[in-house]
Design a protein around this ligand. Structure first.
Ligand code: AMP
Ligand code: ZN
Length: 439
């Protein structure tokens, strides 16, 4: 079994990594100065040549880049190579305003593919695996990103994309799929379809899932692993940094290794932008080190996590981040109390009677906010014993109150009655006036 895809770089020593990062950062600055957007930005900050960056400490001379900056630079402001060198673009959906675009050269795609190959080999994937990619293909990076990496490793790839659960199950059965790439919410949904259709896990050959694209709790991971009898690995990425392959769990499942030869990672306080130490929770900031067509400097991801201290037993030296708690803009303020949807998920997913889906709804009740948590429970609970259901409701309510401080309304729903998402799940329905949030 392959342990590493690229042992030399995956186990690089601290000093060599720092030297490599500095070299690549200087090259990135040089490329950034070729773009109309960064030329103005960097010159304003006193950086007119890559020689103005002498050490990694000089990173803090570089201004942050935000999603709005990327929008402002749309469509060509961040392009640093001649158009003929671009082989692919990925754009964000643009449903909430101007889209953002990332250009890739052939070498960029090659580098991205290398990162995905490394990531999946870290979970034990080999050329003997059959990989069914249930993430959508197209402008969304989850499909093509994993596809190329899995092919490079030599796995057999089934590029079905998202949705069409019946077909997914048929292919899993017929081709003895061993690994799937899926959102956590869709993984839970697939399980409920298994139950409905009487699909036996023994008829499948499923061993692993890469779960990502949306925040999920440790309890959700555990639930997916138990229900599907597999190992589930957290996979993190964002289109601005290519897509999947930025961070991935190895077989030890103790945080996601970030490929630090390709991204400089910082954690900052989202309020005052101060750089934080390992172990402190804040917003992840990335600088691309190996992207030619669209270099991005100090990108504020809005994703909240912390860096795990210490090494990993797998021998990879690249630091690991915690699972993503949520995005700075996911935070809900309910009657003055701040909370993240992930806190609610953590609580409901550890209750055995709770099924595979839930939803959070916010409304106004007079001057106050009303929080309703709707959970699907297994049908065996609907036996007509109202008392038992009341006890369960009270337990969920109490567990939630202990975690999020306020008293939610809890509704119990039958399996399959809450909305299902084949792509990223929208768990929060915020119906309060002046709020259009559907996280
Ligand atoms: P996109 O650029 O559309 O691919 O969305 C990227 C965003 O999805 C990230 O910035 C995160 O907010 C979220 N995301 C991706 N992977 C994960 C993950 N494993 N856990 C939590 N959130 C994730
Ligand atoms: Zn590891």
């Amino acid at each position: 079994m392959l342990n590493y895809w690229n042992k030399e770089i995956e186990t690089i020593g601290e000093d060599s990594l720092a030297a490599l990062q500095l070299k690549l950062l200087k090259e990135t600055i040089k490329r950034a100065l070729e773009t109309s957007f960064y030329k103005v930005r960097l010159e304003k900050a006193g950086i007119t040549s890559c020689d103005d960056i002498r050490s990694l400490g000089d990173l803090n001379k570089i201004p942050f880049t935000t999603k709005d900056d990327l929008r402002e630079a749309y469509p060509r402001g961040l392009l640093s190579v001649p158009s003929k060198d671009v082989v692919r673009i990925h754009t964000s959906s643009g449903t909430t305003g101007t889209p953002t675009v990332i250009y890739h050269t052939k070498e960029d795609i090659d580098n991205w593919t290398e990162l995905v190959a490394r990531s999946i080999v870290a979970t034990g994937v080999t050329d003997e695996d059959v990989f069914q990619n249930m993430m959508s293909y197209g402008l969304f990076t989850g499909g093509l990103g994993l596809h190329y990496g899995a092919e490079r490793v030599g796995a057999t790839v089934i590029p079905i994309g998202g949705g069409n659960t019946k077909r997914q199950i048929q292919l899993m059965r017929d081709f003895k799929t061993t690994v799937i790439h899926i959102t956590p919410s869709y993984a839970l949904h697939i399980y409920s379809v298994f139950r409905k259709q009487g699909v036996e896990l023994l008829d499948l050959n499923l061993k692993k899932a890469f779960i990502g694209a949306e925040p999920h709790s440790e309890n959700t991971r555990r639930k997916i692993e138990e229900l599907l009898n597999i190992d589930a690995y957290n996979s993190y990425g964002l289109s601005e940094m290519n897509g999947p392959g930025v961070g991935f769990e190895c077989i030890h499942k103790c945080g996601m290794h970030i490929w630090e030869d390709s991204y400089i990672m910082e954690i900052i306080n989202p309020v005052n932008q101060e750089v934080l130490d390992d172990g402190e929770e804040g917003e992840i900031v990335f600088t691309t080190l190996r992207r030619n067509a669209t270099p991005i400097l100090r990108y504020r991801t809005r994703d909240l996590a912390f860096i795990h201290e210490g090494g990993c037993n797998c021998g990879r030296t690249h630091r690991r981040i915690s699972r993503i708690k949520g995005r700075t803009d996911d935070m809900l303020i309910v009657n003055g109390v701040n909370m993240f949807p992930s806190q609610i998920e953590e609580v409901v997913m550890q209750i055995p009677e709770v099924g595979t889906n839930y939803q959070i709804q916010l409304e106004k009740d007079g001057a106050l906010d009303k929080l309703t948590v709707k959970v699907e429970i297994y049908s065996k609970m609907f036996t007509g014993d109202i008392h038992e259901l009341d006890l369960l409701k009270a337990k969920i309510k109490e567990d939630l109150r202990a975690s999020i401080v306020i008293h939610p309304i809890v509704e119990l729903h039958e399996p399959g009655s809450l909305p299902v998402f084949e792509g990223k799940a929208k768990r929060v329905l915020d119906l309060r006036p002046n709020s259009y949030k559907e996280v």
